[in-house]
Design a protein around this ligand. Structure first.
Ligand code: ATP
Ligand code: MG
Ligand code: MG
Length: 563
């Protein structure tokens, strides 16, 4: 039986966090910076923030943390929102940190007035020294700018705003506590000059607030009760509380949970970009990548991702999970939720000489032998059936139980087992071109049943995906991650056959309405998922058209089958 889908909220870290402030309604936020596509790690952040609010009957805001116009692009906004919905969550509101630029500016002036901020003109080297030098070995000190009067700072800050300074010539610093052991208290930057137009505010602003200044204040403006972020922000909690304490009434609480990453994958934007640009992968949504658009395209159900996050639980430690563990959860999820079809990767025709009237016979076959609620569908049994090349051997042996000359094998759901009588071979390629067989009406229980597709099947291109990298830690592989590419990470079978039942599976997808997908209406091609009997789990690829079926392997049937 699957784990309680709300387990992660009922115990451990998230339960403790709620109990620290057991208010209703809970207000949380998911605050991505729109500077790239989301990856599998972000699905944890989405599950944590949206899930926490949902569990406590509250609300979660999708907030684009768009304070850095240098790194942000329009396409990421929609892509991020799509992924949140795909995972089954509805943002209470969609907000933008940049909506608050005016208010944040006022807050900065207020901070100056409180003598808690000053305009500084020091360069990077000088600031490093102020913060204790190379190894923090020398005493920390403040520069002369920290002594400026409120009037001077206000005047300078307004000049920054009005474009009197070039980038790096001036910045606003918070006046915190440089005697503290926590570097987050060492007079952090609050505002910097940037000569970049912003995609929402255009060229209205020449100065932009930093993360440290923006995040806590936006949390307060939005009435966030619990601000959940990852542990690299642990030290920032102090500056978060300090700044809000100076400026605003409502005090959200920030708490930190561990990041999730998957071993054997690459999540760094720069490296992913290189893989895409060098065409090592099919794009940012390549099924081998752990971007969420990639995982989606591969056919991984959103419900399986949520189940995975829930199973791992939420703690304060970062976790690096083996890809095989992720796949195990996906497999278990698919096992319960998808129909079965017969698929032949590398077809060889078998002509059943005595098919007689059974040629064209209609068979009613179940979509799942385990779950009768999935119903059944009809396919045709035909005199010529296609079986997989790997299910035939020219020379029989005792320990072999599939088809060979003189040997009997069962055909799944077919009226009788078949026995091979002869075969023909292409002399130049050495490949079997045709097998002849007869029904074996004597053998009631053949040792093995194999899948087959009749002449009413459909052509398909099948792409089998394996790990993109050879090692578990491609980032530190010898010669770099580009030297660690698995040559078999994508194996294509261009001439596969799939039984006609695929039509109904397409019509009825997703099976059943899994988390998120019902919200997108019919679901994309990737929601057409099935188990190819004896082969693997598959989903329709987004390159498919009405006339062309392209399938991606989501996961193998068993862990050890994986190449
Ligand atoms: P990246 O640089 O990998 O994109 P990030 O920290 O810059 O990550 P943001 O876009 O700022 O990511 O992320 C939005 C939220 O998602 C943040 O609260 C962040 O803590 C969280 N998050 C990012 N990566 C992970 C991860 N691997 N596991 C869990 N949460 C994550
Ligand atoms: Mg990011
Ligand atoms: Mg970031």
């Amino acid at each position: 039986t699957p784990l309680d889908p709300e387990a992660m909220f009922k115990q451990g870290f998230l339960n403790d966090v709620y109990n620290e402030r057991p208010v209703k309604p809970v207000m949380s936020r998911f605050p991505p910076e729109p500077n790239g596509f989301l990856h599998i790690g972000h699905s944890k952040a989405i599950a944590v923030n949206f899930g926490f609010a949902k569990y406590h009957g509250g609300h979660c805001i999708l907030r684009f943390d768009d304070t850095n116009p240098e790194a942000e692009e329009e396409i990421y906004f929609t892509a991020i929102e799509d992924m949140v919905r795909w995972l089954g969550f509805e943002p209470h509101k969609i907000t933008y940190s940049s909506d608050n630029f005016g208010k944040l500016y006022e807050m900065a002036e207020k901070l100056i007035t409180l003598e808690k901020a000053y305009v500084c003109h020091c360069g990077d080297e000088e600031i490093k020294l102020q913060r204790g030098g190379e190894k923090g070995a020398t005493p920390r000190y403040r520069c002369k700018h920290a002594e400026q009067t409120v009037e001077h700072n206000l005047r300078e800050f307004r000049r920054m705003r009005d474009g009197a300074y070039r980038p790096r010539e001036a910045f606003l610093r918070m006046k915190q506590d440089i005697t503290s052991g926590n570097p987050q208290n060492w007079d952090l930057a609050a505002y910097r000059v940037l000569d970049k137009p912003h995609h929402r505010t255009g060229d209205e602003w020449k100065i932009y607030p930093t993360y440290d200044f923006t995040h806590c204040l936006c949390d307060s403006f939005e009435g966030i009760t619990h601000s959940l972020c990852t542990t690299e922000f642990y030290l920032s909690r102090e500056s978060y509380e300090w700044l809000n304490g100076q400026l605003v009434e409502w005090q959200p609480i920030q708490r930190e949970y561990g990041r999730l990453s998957i071993s054997g994958g690459i999540l760094s934007k720069r490296k992913l970009k290189e893989l895409v640009e060098k065409k090592i992968v099919r794009g940012w949504d390549d099924p081998r990548l752990f971007t969420l658009i990639g995982v989606k395209r591969r056919g991984v159900p959103p419900g399986a991702i949520l189940e995975f996050v829930n199973e791992l639980g939420v703690t304060t430690t970062n976790s690096i999970i083996q890809a095989s563990r992720f796949e195990q959860t996906i497999r278990r999820y698919l096992e319960r939720t998808v129909p079965r079809l017969m698929l032949v990767l590398d077809p060889v025709p078998v002509i059943i000489e005595d098919a007689g009237e059974l040629d064209g016979a209609e068979l009613d076959i179940p979509f799942s032998t385990k779950n009768t609620e999935m119903g059944s569908h009809k396919i045709k049994f035909t005199k010529t059936v296609y079986i997989d090349r790997s299910d035939f051997r020219e020379v029989d042996s005792k320990d072999y139980f599939r088809l060979a000359p003189g040997k009997t094998v069962g055909l799944l759901y077919a009226p009788f087992p078949i026995k091979a009588t002869s075969f023909t071979k292409d002399e130049t390629t050495g490949k079997i071109t045709e097998i002849r067989a007869v029904f074996d009406r004597e053998t009631k229980k053949p040792k093995t049943y194999i899948q087959w597709v009749g002449t009413d099947g459909r052509n398909a291109e099948v792409r089998l995906y394996n790990s993109l990298f050879l090692s578990d830690n491609p980032a530190s592989a010898e010669g770099g991650y580009l030297n660690d590419i698995n040559p078999e990470s994508e194996v294509v079978y261009p001439n596969a056959l799939i039984e006609s039942g695929i039509d109904e599976v397409k019509r009825r997808a997703p099976w059943p309405e899994a988390a998120g997908e019902d919200k997108l209406g019919k679901g994309g091609p990737e929601s057409v998922r099935f188990q190819g009997l004896r082969v693997a789990y598959f989903a329709l690829d987004s390159d498919s058209t009405d006339d062309k079926i392209i399938l991606n392997r989501i996961v193998s049937l068993k862990e050890d089958v994986k190449k």
